[in-house]
Write a protein that binds this ligand. Sequence first.
Ligand SMILES: Nc1ncnc2c1ncn2[C@@H]1O[C@H](COP(=O)(O)OP(=O)(O)O)[C@@H](O)[C@H]1O
Ligand SMILES: O=C(CO)[C@@H](O)[C@H](O)COP(=O)(O)O
Length: 472
Amino acid sequence: MALVAGIDSSTQSCKVVIRDADTGALVRQGRASHPEGSEVHPDHWWAALQEAVAAAGGLEDVAAVSVGGQQHGMVCLDSEGEVVRPALLWNDTRSAGAAKELIATAGDGDAAAGARYWASATGTVPVASLTLTKLHWLAANEPDNAAKTAAVCLPHDWLTWRLLGHGPGSGPGNLDALATDRSDASGTGYYSTAAGAYLPEVLKSSLGHVPHLPDVLGPLDVAGKASSGVLVAAGAGDNAAAALGVGAGVGDVVMSLGTSGTVFAVSGTPAADPSGLVAGFADAAGHYLPLVCTLNASRVFDATAALLDVSIGEFNELALSAESGAGGLTLVPYFDGERTPNLPDATGSLHGITRANYTPANLARAAVEGVVCSLADGLAALQDQGVEARRVILVGGGAQSTAVQQAAAQLLGVGISVPRLGEYVADGAARQAAGALTGHFPQWALDAVDLPAGKDDGGVLARYRRFASMHA
Ligand SMILES: Nc1ncnc2c1ncn2[C@@H]1O[C@H](COP(=O)(O)OP(=O)(O)O)[C@@H](O)[C@H]1O
Ligand SMILES: O=C(CO)[C@@H](O)[C@H](O)COP(=O)(O)O
């Protein structure tokens, strides 16, 4: 029995699953936390990866490994392979102005024309989350660090490189060993998803020079072999890895409630949405992954639970104990600013408060409904781009909440499928590792509970949309 390992290096933590390559049976797993903040030195990810691997019993008996990682994070390396500055993560909004400038410049001052240019050139209209806008911010605000940047890569690329034994000072040519895959390259802002190629001229005009970029590997390619002999696969962005992990097919929309809220589907054609709501990413199996991402999902639950001084389990019980509609309370969850819609400076808001409805249970319910409604808007944006939604597969930490599952079934207008408690990004990476080992993706069974579509009788979504539109 060959074993494969999948790693999910996501915003809040690193998770490792070790599975049987043939059957997909879970053999062991481990986890370690990442530090807080939207600016993190990559060394923390490496330390957490090693801790999580150790907690999972090590990789000595594992034949292949692959890394799924939080997307977009800007990892700048100097000519020796040393990290130039802590990575700016996908949820760091300081480059919002840089995004605006890149759009205006491309459209000669006309933002709509600029958005059309970017959607057609890369598949995605720039927002603060994209690596490109972070590099543009770096050039304007830290010119010395920009000048020192000899290579740029993403969190999963950097971890793959470290697993292969590379690192600061690991010798001349070590930057040449950097590798990525289409799914993560397509989230940089300097890669054309449709053409499958980097856009060096875009980098030159935003960073001031063209740094070395990781080779873009195919879905079943091998990045290399570690000194221990373990095969290291191409890896993927975390959302693309989740799509592989749940085996998403035509008609499936995946909705993830992690730190980010994401809604995405596997598609045969690349998206190019000039409204900027849908990002035109690639998937990890040779197709495309139109995706909507918000900045506010599970952490809205964490923050509300902290305010109410209850555990996350008690928070869910409270939300379940309130009526649908939270007695008239509506929470617009823009706690960390927002990416979709693009409102980086927004804050959250609570509407409809009366003395009668201002209870912990209604507040918990309003938090759940607010997050689910923001993702319902994401689903609508995907459908506007032609994505077919026959069911929504719920994943990510927040999907474990029964209150979230019920609200999703009620408010999304399609049936919900909740896979059994699992780590679907890490599982997707494990499937990719098995693919690199055998030359094909294995079919692994997925155990899920289905909930039929309910009805939004109380107009919860319409009321949410009315209050959310006040932020525009
Ligand atoms: N039962 C639950 N109900 C609501 N939220 C939960 C539950 N279990 C975990 N979470 C939340 O999920 C988040 C972690 O999810 P995860 O998908 O691992 O995030 P990320 O991939 O961004 O690191 C945390 O904010 C955590 O509080
Ligand atoms: O920016 C995006 C997708 O475009 C995020 O989905 C990140 O990839 C982080 O994922 P989580 O840590 O929230 O799972």
